[in-house]
Design a protein. Structure first.
Length: 252
């Protein structure tokens, strides 16, 4: 993916990593359309930063169909999707109370990206430089005890990315998997100031540098996430699993 000269749609870019990435991409000469559920916030961000905007709820199949149709109609040069929207919920599977959060996590984190890709592949396959950026997590490879369904959906996104890449690249659509570590955002209570989490600006700066250095990358792995990504490969999985979960215990 070239990091300039694109028209990029980022559902889930009204805060956190999504917004920071949208800002960096716009600074590099891209047209950026952000999506979210709150129209008032979208309007504020459009006025402040010059984004295009569309209201979208990625947990709602009809909303995805309507929003993607609107984006391709208003921005026919759209050639990049960054499927950023996601949620992270703590769950206790020793009680019956986890099910609603687990189901919502699956719908948002897994069905949402699947539906977005389905809606946009017919358009993207006709565009030069077409790219789909999926967003998994280091927790896809070394899980956090508090968030079983989040871990599972991100592991599914990893395998989905690996697999659809084999189908989509032959028709001209690049698939890049963004693999964040813990980052200081509001995704999970306590993460905004967690010492073990990576500062947001530092994370996005490193992501942009990696994309620029290797436009053909399959995965975007900042140094901090490699501890989790390759724990099993290195043979220190049990040790890293313990360190990760001890750090999260302290953060909460």
């Amino acid at each position: 993916m070239n990091i300039t000269g694109n028209t990029i749609f980022i559902p889930g870019a009204t805060s956190g990593i999504g917004l920071a990435l949208a800002l960096r991409l716009k600074e590099r000469g891209n047209t950026v359309v952000i999506g979210g559920r709150r129209t008032s916030l979208l309007e504020e961000l459009a006025e402040a930063h010059g984004f295009g905007t569309v209201r979208i709820d990625t947990s709602d199949a009809a909303s995805i169909v309507e929003a993607t149709a609107e984006v391709t109609r208003s921005h026919p040069d759209l050639n990049v999707l960054v499927a950023m929207a996601g949620i992270m919920r703590a769950e206790d599977w020793t009680t019956p109370d986890f099910l609603a959060d687990a189901e919502e996590t699956v719908v948002t984190n897994l069905l949402g990206p699947i539906r977005l890709v389905r809606a946009l592949v017919p358009h993207l396959r006709q565009r030069p430089g077409a790219t789909i950026v999926t967003v998994s997590s280091g927790l896809a490879h070394t899980p956090l005890r508090f968030t079983p369904t989040y871990n599972a959906t991100k592991a599914a996104i990893h395998q989905l990315s690996e697999t659809i890449r084999m189908q989509l690249e032959p028709i001209g659509i690049q698939v890049i998997e963004l693999v964040p570590p813990a980052v200081r955002t509001a995704l999970m209570p306590g993460h905004e100031s967690a010492e073990h989490a990576m500062p947001l600006d530092a994370y996005v700066d490193e992501v942009m540098a990696l994309l620029e250095a290797d436009p053909e990358a399959h995965e975007v792995l900042v140094e901090q996430v490699k501890l989790l990504r390759y724990a099993e490969v290195r043979g220190d999985y049990d040790q890293i699993l313990g360190i990760l979960n001890a750090a999260e215990e302290r953060a909460h």
